[in-house]
Structures are given as C-alpha cells and as structure tokens.
Design a protein around this ligand. Structure first.
Ligand SMILES: C[S@@+](CC[C@H](N)C(=O)[O-])C[C@H]1O[C@@H](n2cnc3c(N)ncnc32)[C@H](O)[C@@H]1O
Length: 289
C-alpha cells in the first residue's frame, strides 16, 4: 500500500465524508459484494472506513480508495475492509423452525429415495460457522436416526476471512452453548473451560470452510447440491440482485433439493422448477425436477 500518507496530527482528525463521497464508497461495496449500505447507515460506513484508515495510516478517503482499487495490491486490504463493512451477527439454531423443517419433513421425504446415498449442503454467507455447524448437527443426528449409511458434507462460504477462520477453529464463547438444544449439545460440543467450548472434531470434519463471493455464483459452473441454506445474507442486497441470485441458487439444486431462505427476506419469488414448501413459519422451496 502506498498510502501511509498522513502524519499523526492529521490522522487524529480524519475528515468528514460528504454524500457524494459516501456514494462512491457504497457503490464500490455494492459492486464487489452486493451489500447495499443506504444513506441512513452512512455513519456506520464512515466509522468503519475511518477505523481502518487509522490502522493503515491513511489521512484522506481519496488516497485510501485509490490504494484499495490498485490491482493487485489493493486486494488484501479489501478483504480486511470488507470484514468491517459487513454484518456478521449469527447464532446456532438461529431460526429453529427452519431446522425443524429439515429434520422432520425434508429428510424423511428423502428417505423414500434410496438412490440418494450422500447429501451435500451449502451454508451461504456462513459468518463464523454457527449456521453450518447447526446444519451438520441436524443432518448427522437425523440421518443416524434413519439408519443406513448416508454420508453428508456441509460447505460453508463467506467473503470474510476472519469470520471463516473463526468457523474453521470451531471455538466459541461458553454462553453460546445456550443456543444449542441439550440433545445436540452433549453429542457435538466439548466444553474446554469456564469461557469456551469447541465443536467436536467428528462434526468439524464434516464442514469445509472456503472464501467465496456469492456474486461469483452467477454463471459459475458448480456442483449441484441437496440443500442450500441462505439466511440473513440476501437481505443486505438490492431487490433485483436478490432475484438473480435466487434463480442461480435454484439452478444449483438437485431435484428434490431444498432452498431455505430467511422468512420475510424475499417476496414474490417464483421459479419454474421450485415449489414453495407449505409451512407458514419457514420460507423454503423444494426443487421439483
Ligand atoms: C448476518 S451474517 C449471516 C450469517 C448466517 N447466515 C446467519 O443467518 O446467522 C451475513 C454474512 O454474509 C456475508 N456476506 C455478505 N456479502 C457476501 C457475499 N457477496 N458473498 C458471500 N458472503 C457474503 C457476510 O460476510 C456475513 O458474514
């Protein structure tokens, strides 16, 4: 990075950002990740960018923006900044009805298809891994209850490298154990000390973490999946982009596969090969053919 441009006195009072400058930053973020930051969240964007500029030693937004856009040097700094500009809140079993649907309706329906010996799930925008591990717990427990030898794997992807590193470690604050129902807690979590617990290795090896920008899924040739879980990600995207991405996700499902979205995140979505699952608490679609 060329931009250790500022001295300490200018860094102490970083400038304000006018609305047209804000538009430049917001549109860079939208173009590269799909995430929309509306003007009413300008303070969040400015605080996040300024915070990072203090660390990199940039005194002017323009210099920092120029450095970020340098090819290829800006790419590493971009991965750090994007982590600050995106929301990573997540929980184990965040939306219980969605996991109940998988366990009680979808998996038993698949049992009627003996040809399906392996299940591949994708946690899209997995943040620090709680959603991906929840899927793995539910799949492991309910496939085992079904008997037979079904293999499963969960691919967990995100743009944020720090979030992915946390997911890979599978190490969480002890309070988060309260998010996990007792039956799963004992089977899949190992308390390490008064402050932390870890997801057991046997489950961790079922979950693979990888950096992947959801926008790159459009037009990419990818392996088809049985289950795509995409909650609290599209909500940050523009409406038109959501529709394109949903069509892409629909095309990535195998027949009989399930697409689970966040309730209320998408309205009026329809796809020729998807049928809405009849459950008023969950927004999910089953691929028909
Ligand atoms: C609020 S978290 C949701 C985590 C989890 N899905 C849940 O519902 O608990 C949103 C995640 O989406 C990720 N994200 C945002 N834009 C993305 C993109 N274009 N591609 C992949 N991940 C993205 C963010 O980095 C963040 O970790």
């Amino acid at each position: 990075m060329s931009g250790a441009a500022g001295n300490w006195s200018s860094l102490a009072s970083l400038p304000g950002m006018d609305d047209s400058e804000f538009e430049r930053w917001a549109s860079l973020l939208e173009k590269r990740t799909g995430v929309v930051v509306p003007l009413k969240r300008k303070a969040f964007l400015v605080t996040s960018v300024r915070g990072r500029m203090r660390e990199t030693g940039h005194a002017r937004f323009e210099d920092y923006l120029l450095d970020l856009q340098r090819v290829p040097e800006g790419a590493i700094e971009w991965t750090t900044l994007v982590d600050r500009l995106t929301v990573h809140e997540t929980h184990f079993f965040r939306h219980p009805p969605s996991f109940d649907l998988i366990a009680r309706d979808w998996l038993p329906a698949l049992a009627a298809e003996p040809s399906r010996s392996a299940l591949h799930a994708w946690s899209v925008g997995c943040s620090s891994g709680e959603e991906a591990y929840t899927l793995a717990m539910v799949l492991d427990q309910h496939l085992a209850a079904r008997g037979g030898k079904s293999y499963f794997g969960v691919t967990a992807t995100d743009v944020s490298l720090p979030a992915l590193a946390a997911g890979r470690a599978g190490l969480y604050p002890r309070q988060k154990l309260d998010e996990i129902p007792e039956a799963y807690r004992t089977a899949y979590c190992e308390v390490l000390d008064a402050d932390s617990f870890r997801v057991r290795d046997s489950l961790r090896k079922r979950v693979g973490f990888a950096q992947f920008n959801l926008l790159d899924a459009v037009g990419a040739s990818m392996k088809r999946l049985d289950l795509i879980f995409c909650q609290n990600v599209l909500i940050y995207f523009a409406r038109e982009r959501r529709r394109d991405l949903l069509a892409t996700l629909a095309n990535l499902l195998k027949p009989g596969g399930l697409l689970v979205l966040g309730s209320g995140e998408v309205t009026q979505f329809a796809h020729a090969k998807l049928a809405r699952v009849d459950n008023r608490n969950v927004l999910a679609f089953r691929r028909t053919s």
